[in-house]
Each structure stands twice: as C-alpha cells, then as structure tokens.
Design a protein around this ligand. Structure first.
Ligand code: ADP
Ligand code: MG
Length: 333
C-alpha cells in the first residue's frame, strides 16, 4: 500500500453504521442503529440476551446483510460489495469467538497459518507471520500442540493470533472471554489491551461481563430490543446510567445490600459520585457539613481516571444545600 493511500485510510472513520435495520422474516432484530467507531478505539456493546448484539457484529463482517441502512468500513458501504470485492474486506475485519472455533486436527501453528494459506501467501512469508504471531500471543513453546492439549486461555490466544495474521484493522469479539476462568479472562484482556495499543487495532466487543467493559473499553453502547438506548464514554455510562436497561445491566456488577438502615432519628443519604465534575468524596468536608456523619456502606472505584461510586451515610440532621458542592447527586433514602 502506498503512503498516500495509507494516509487517506487513516483520515476516514474505520467503522460507521448508518440507519441500520435488520429483519429475519417478521422479526425485527435491529432498528435505526447509528454508531461510529473511531480508529484505535475499543468499543463495547452490552445488552440483554436477544437484544441483537450478535446480529450487529454479523453485519459488520458481512456474514449478514442489513435490511436497511449502510455499514461503512473506511467510508465504503460493504452491503454493495460483490463476492470478489469482499475479499479485501475479509482481511480488514477479523473476529474471535466464545468457543474459539479452532480446527481440532491442526496444530496451533497450522491454525494460525490457515488464513494465510487461504489468502495465497507464499510459504516463507507464512512461516514468518506465524512466528511473529506466536510471539505476540506468547505461544511459541506450544506451536506444535493441538487445541485439545491447550487451556481455554491458550485456545483464545490461538484464536486471537489467527484473527490478526492477515493484519486486520478491525477486530470483532463476540463474548470472547465468556468461556474462560477469571484468571485467563484477565490475561486475555491484557493481551487485547496490548494489541490495541501496539497495533492501533480498532476493537468492537460484545460481552455480558460488565468488568470487561469497565477494564477495557473506551466507549460503550447499550442495545435493547434492537435499538441503541444509550451510548457514551464508559465512565459516563457506568457513573450515571440514563436508561433503565443500562441500570439493570450495571447493577449486576455492584455488590449491593440495601438493607442497611440508620439508627432511630437518623436520616440516610446516598451520595453519588458520577465522574461528571471530577469530584472525589472529601471526607473532612462531608463530616464538617454533616455533623455526626457515619459511613454505612459504599465505596469508590476509578474508571478511565474518574472517581465513581456511592456512599450511603447516616446523619442526625441534614442541610442538602450544603452538599451540592460535595457530591454529584444526593438522594434521601
Ligand atoms: N439467523 C436468524 N434467523 C432468525 N432469527 C434470528 C437469527 N439470528 C438472530 N435471530 C433473532 O434475532 C434476535 C437477536 O438475536 P441476537 O443478535 O443473537 O441477540 P444477542 O446476541 O443480543 O443475544 C433474537 O430474537 C434472535 O432469536
Ligand atoms: Mg449473542
């Protein structure tokens, strides 16, 4: 590729969905979807089962065609492409799966090599690329092993290596860590983060694990009944989810027992920190504003550098006015 065409590519948005609709017979799986994913971004998609998440990914790699709207990859509408024209697209958009989809009768190295073979890459170049990828995913020692001899985490490393071997610009992940134990999940997330940073790869991922979104993604979209009901930077959506479904999905990631009550005559308050003003709980200032303050429950975490959380406090009496500078939102329970 010439430098000039690389520059043109770099200047356009890698992935844009415009007015996407998808019907399967009478069933409307997706409706009015508008999304843009920026170069080098990790974009998460969450939603309840059946919301349309997998259908959306299948439109991006043209396993399905939309009933309405456009899927633009680097500015080009892929719905209009013929089979021959699709070939370069297949190289630009790669995918990894929950159950890895490896070939059981082929070794690790052979699984990684397969897309290169199919693309007609000559053997010496294939060998070089496979070695590079084995290195990248940390499987050099396991190159001659068969999938059955690998752990789940190692299998997904092979899946990632195979997906990256043709140097795609976009990587799609459909529940890529859902079949893994927590330790392997962390290792795979670290690998994806590395790849994103080192190769500038754009990643679109679906997950039902909110901590994957929290730890890895820059932005997130919430899908419900085939529509995007909320989208934004991860800290914004986690810190202050606007839609009921976002709240339901995110509530699962909190360890919350709302049975805590204050003593007789006390008032309970929830102090919310949403990241919006960059506030952190200032305990000295809170205690000065609320004499007799006791912390009943709560905590703060950081997402993308923002302090997010909720403190449930018990106080004798309260002047809510005084608290407006000390928390993003105050709720009387
Ligand atoms: N190939 C298909 N044919 C018919 N219906 C489908 C097909 N794929 C998905 N659906 C339906 O479309 C809806 C969205 O499915 P899907 O995209 O798999 O959701 P999710 O991945 O969010 O669980 C569901 O009601 C599902 O049954
Ligand atoms: Mg799905």
């Amino acid at each position: 590729m010439t430098r000039f065409s690389q520059e043109i590519l770099a200047s356009v948005i890698p992935l844009q969905l415009r007015g996407i609709g998808k019907r399967y017979g009478d069933l409307t799986a997706l409706q009015d979807i508008d999304l843009s994913v920026q170069r080098g971004e990790i974009f998460g998609i969450i939603g309840r089962s059946g919301a349309g998440k997998s259908s959306l990914l299948r439109l991006i790699n043209r396993l399905e065609t939309p009933s309405e709207g456009q899927v633009l990859i680097n500015g080009q509408d892929i719905a209009a492409l013929t089979t021959t024209q699709l070939r370069p697209l297949r190289r630009q958009v790669a995918m990894i799966f929950q159950h890895f989809n490896l070939m059981a009768t082929r070794t690790v190295a052979e699984n990684i090599e397969l897309p290169l073979r199919m693309a007609g890459v000559p053997p010496p170049e294939r060998l070089r690329r496979v070695d590079e990828l084995l290195q990248l995913v940390g499987l050099v020692e396991r190159r001659d092993a068969y999938p059955a001899q690998l752990s789940g985490g190692q299998k997904q490393r092979v899946g990632i290596a195979r997906a990256l071997v043709l140097e795609p610009q976009i990587l799609l992940c459909d529940e890529a860590t859902s079949a893994l134990d927590p330790e392997s999940t962390q290792a795979i997330l670290q690998l994806l983060r590395d790849i994103n940073r080192r190769l500038g790869l754009t990643i679109v991922l679906i997950t039902h694990e909110m901590e994957v979104i929290r730890d890895l993604c820059h932005r997130v979209a919430v899908l419900e009944r085939g529509q995007v009901v909320e989208q934004g930077e991860v800290w914004r959506v986690f810190g202050d989810p606007k839609h009921e479904v976002s709240r339901i999905l995110l509530a699962g990631s909190e360890h919350r027992d709302d049975s805590a009550r204050g003593a007789e005559g006390e008032v309970l308050l929830d102090l919310h920190y949403t990241g919006a003003r960059g506030l952190e709980p200032d305990l000295a200032a809170l205690s000065a504003a609320l004499p007799g303050l006791r912390l009943v429950q709560g905590g703060v975490e950081r997402i993308q550098g923002r302090a997010l959380g909720r403190l449930r406090v018990a106080v004798g009496n309260v002047d809510l006015e005084k608290l407006s500078a000390l928390a993003d939102r105050v709720e009387r329970i």
